[in-house]
Design a protein around this ligand. Sequence first.
Ligand code: LIP
Length: 273
Amino acid sequence: MSEISTGSTPGELLEIAVRVARDAAATARRMRDEAIGDVQTKSTDTDVVTAADKAVERQVADALLPQRPGDGLLGEEYGDAVQVAPGAVRWILDPIDGTVNYLYGLPQYAVSLAAEVDGTVVAGVVVNAATGDEWTATRGGGAWRAGRRLTGSTRTTLDQALVATGFGYDARRREHQGAVLARLITRVRDIRRLGAAALDLCFAAEGTLDAYFEKGLNLWDHAAGGLIAEEAGLVVSGLSGAPAGDQMLVAAPPALFGALHDALVELDAAGGV
Ligand code: LIP
């Protein structure tokens, strides 16, 4: 990989993230056939990691860290390499978000890479490794796809909203999530379960979905996609004033957010294990 700049403006960090994420997506695509032959499990028997998840994360670390001393990297597979100093950049990476889709060959998996400074995500990119589709954002600079500025859905009522969500790998959690869904589904247009939080957030940012919510996400699942959704004008948060996080993440345009939020509170969507 050629020279990586030491720049630190959101625009410079985005440029770096885009180049590194595109190369990582190419590796994931190239490796798929061989990688799905080498699969291990993590938290449960259905929580899988392939050789490509690990190889992509190592590739991103090798591309970024040697050329940017002082930066850190929080990745899904190898965790938090170094503690960064105040003002320094911590990269947040999901090498392949939607690993089960990757395993099955469903073209809905992505490299998600964000740059965070002092706890705030300032730049982010999501690249669908199967299709090459790409979404980007910088804080204050808007969210973009193929040169088009994203502004989210114009839907205003929950009963007309196409809402995406996801389920955890733990059967007890899925039971609770399934029960919530059984009651929510009568209040929305329909539900979509696409299998990759980063892409769900990007679809909500561009209005291909009206809203998205999920319990149990890790920071690497939503760091980049969350910024892209926020910069498209969506509200991205937890419930009852909590920030978006593993308890709950809800992303919806302001006109829809209140109704979805209140339904999720009523249905105890952040409850269960
Ligand atoms: C996935 C998330 C998805 C969720 C899955 C899984 P992974 O991340 O993107 O939204 O429903 O359970 O957590 O494991 O493919 O990186």
